[in-house]
Each structure stands twice: as C-alpha cells, then as structure tokens.
Design a protein around this ligand. Structure first.
Ligand SMILES: Nc1nc2c(ncn2[C@@H]2O[C@H](COP(=O)(O)OP(=O)(O)OP(=O)(O)O)[C@@H](O)[C@H]2O)c(=O)[nH]1
Length: 355
C-alpha cells in the first residue's frame, strides 16, 4: 500500500540490531522471531511489465544466440544426401548446444526414422518435422506455473536457491515484479546473509515496486532465522507471496543439505514452502548440471529458473536439466533489465530456435 510515496509497513517487532549468530532458530517458537522489515521511501513506484507477452518481446534475444542450433540443424537436414557423416554432424550440433547425450541420441534416432519415411525434399516440411521433435523433447505438457497461492490464510512461500553468481538475487527481484504485475502482495526475505550487499540489492529491487524486505542487519546471521521471520511477517501482514533469497556460498553437499534443510524446517513452522526454485546460469554448461544434481539431493526442487539464456548458444540445457531433475524450467532470464525474466513457454522457445 502506498501512502504519499512511502510504504506503510509493519515496524520492527524487537529487538533492533539483528540476530546473534549462535542463535538456533529451531529453539525459537514461531512468533518470537525478530522481524526487521525495512522501510524504504520511494517517490515513484515503477509499474512492472505483466508476464504475458514478455517472452514475445524477448524472443529476439533468444533467437539471436540460439538459432545457431535451429539453423544448423535445418541446413544439415536439407542436404541433398544425408549420410552417416551428416547424422554425426547433427549429433555434434546438438551436443554443442548442451542438449545432453540421451536427448541428442533420441532426437537423432527419431529424425532418422522420419527422414527415411517422409523424406527431406521440402524445407518447410523438414522445419515442421524438426519443430515437432524438438517440442517433444522440451515437453509442452509440464506444468510451468509458479505456485503463488498459499494454503488458506497463509502466504505462498517461494524459496530461491542456487550457487552464488548465477543470478539468484536478481531473479528474486525480477520475480517480485512479475507477481506485483499480477496484483499480488509480495514480501521479500533476505536469507542470503553471507553477503550484506545481497540484502541491500534485494531491498533496492523491492523498493522499486513497493515491496518490503525482511532482513538482518548482521552479516552472517542465521539464514533460517531470517527466512522464518520473513514468512512470519508474511503471515502477520497477510501477504500473498513471500520470496526468499538464500545464499549459495556453500563448501560442500553436507553443508548445503544442512542449511537448506534447516531453512525449510524452520520456515514450515510459520507456513508450508510451496515452491523451491533452483536458479542455474545457462552459460555454465556441465557445471550447471552438476550443481543442479547436488541441489536436487539437498532439497525438493519444484522448478528451474535458467538465467543468462540471452548470452549463450547453449539453449539445449533446458532439455538436459529437465531430464536430469524431472522438474520443469519455469522461468528464463534473458537479460539484465528488470523485466527481462519471462515465463518459459515450450512452443515459443522452440520457435525461437528455428526462426
Ligand atoms: N545477461 C544476463 N545477466 C543476468 C541475468 N540474470 C542475472 N544476470 C546478471 O548476473 C549477475 C549476478 O546476479 P546476482 O543476482 O547478483 O547473482 P546471485 O546468484 O544472487 O549472486 P550472490 O548474491 O553472490 O549469491 C548480475 O550482474 C546480473 O545482472 C540474465 O538473465 N541475463
């Protein structure tokens, strides 16, 4: 709610000065968390772009970097003679786009069958055939909606996880804008307490669209504690959605499991976690795949956000990552602009590869 350009928000409950690093939130009964909801006066609030049509606007960026794949495949498939060398080249093209071995082999086999039966004389037909086969791999049947409706009387809780530098904080900021554009009442939780700047960054994102951030003033505070306070504040304020940014700076799998497990366990005392989004940088290829698998073992991932798809020809990672985790890509990042995060749409994605 905006009154004279200033957000009207719940004041900090108590005490000021953040949390003790040693505090174990598991011991703190729900309701007693120290909530510090930052106020930030804003003169003019931005009006974020609605989610619909974003991908259409950003499609050019996707095409620019990724149609190397589509164009390359089309050129190969419309050659006068398609011998084993050509099929090998097709497979290499798919592997280079990070489609992964299984999906690449499957696509080559399916195309081989169809070329044998249907022929490749007509380029329009070849394109339609390739479109169909690519679409099958991307899987248009998966539910890609963000779960932004909580249990009755509770906000939807969305945890955003991933290693540092992949674009997590940026994604939380951009996702808040998507939700604000849908008239949702959003609250942010800065549970990335390893880097003080991350909380500032998040707060700035929120303030631009009138969304408050729950944070700790103390660097290194317990992330689970901050996450809990954010969700409890969301319950108290009757927010629609609480988005929680987490830290990715973790040394090993055991530490990651510990931290994410604790965040989830503690948050659940206030409200169920409805969505766990794993953010992966699309430019990191195999590294991103490895990260994805580690995170999937630590926490139940419900959706993937692929960032930086604007800067890579490796869009095939959409398929590889969905296959590896059995979880849909729900959002894609196509630039550094505030509204450069789009809902993923299988058909539009494949069309952008082929145009
Ligand atoms: N080109 C491009 N850049 C992006 C995209 N998403 C994020 N970035 C950039 O990636 C950089 C890192 O983003 P952050 O949001 O700070 O990453 P983070 O994962 O939160 O990092 P830590 O807070 O250090 O854990 C920033 O410069 C962003 O602008 C995208 O979709 N496309």
């Amino acid at each position: 709610m905006v009154i004279f350009g200033t957000m009207l928000l719940r004041k900090p409950k108590a005490p000021k000065g953040g949390y003790q690093q040693t505090r174990d939130v598991d011991d703190v009964p729900p309701g007693e968390g120290d909530v510090l909801v930052e106020e930030r006066p804003t003169t003019t609030l931005e009006r974020p772009e609605s989610a619909m049509g974003r991908l259409a606007r950003l499609r050019g960026r996707l095409s620019k970097s990724n149609n190397v794949l589509g164009k390359g495949l089309l050129a190969l498939l419309t050659r006068e003679r398609i011998d084993q060398d050509v099929w090998d080249e097709i497979e290499d093209t798919l592997l280079m786009a990070d489609l992964g071995t299984d999906a690449s082999l499957e696509l080559v086999e399916n195309l081989q069958k169809r070329v044998r039966i249907e022929g490749t004389q007509d380029p329009a037909h070849v394109k339609a055939m390739l479109r169909e086969e690519l679409l099958k791999l991307v899987d248009p049947t998966m539910d890609r909606s963000i779960n932004s409706v909580g249990a009755p009387g509770k906000p939807a809780v969305v945890l955003v996880v991933g290693v540092n530098g992949v674009g997590k904080t940026t994604t939380v900021g951009k996702l808040a804008r998507v939700l604000v554009a849908e008239d949702k009442d959003v609250l942010l939780g800065a549970a990335d307490t390893f880097r003080a700047a991350a909380a500032d960054q998040l707060e700035t994102w929120g303030a631009r669209v009138g969304v408050a951030t729950v944070r700790s003033e103390q660097e290194g505070a317990d992330p689970a504690s901050v996450a809990f306070d954010a969700v409890q504040a969301g319950v108290d304020q009757e927010s629609d959605v609480v988005l929680i940014d987490t830290a990715g700076r973790l040394q090993n799998k055991a530490g990651l499991m510990d931290q994410l497990g604790k965040i989830k366990r503690v948050v659940t005392k206030a409200a169920e976690v409805d969505e766990v989004l794993l953010v992966i940088d699309a430019t990191t290829g195999q590294n991103g795949m490895t990260q994805a698998k580690v995170f999937a073992e630590a926490v139940n991932i419900t959706g993937i956000v692929l960032t930086k798809l604007d800067g890579t020809a490796k869009g095939g990672i959409v398929v590889a990552i969905q296959r590896a985790l059995g979880v849909p890509v729900k959002l894609i990042g196509l630039g550094e602009g505030p509204d450069d995060l789009a809902p993923f749409d299988a058909e539009q994605f494949v069309d952008a590869l082929l145009d």
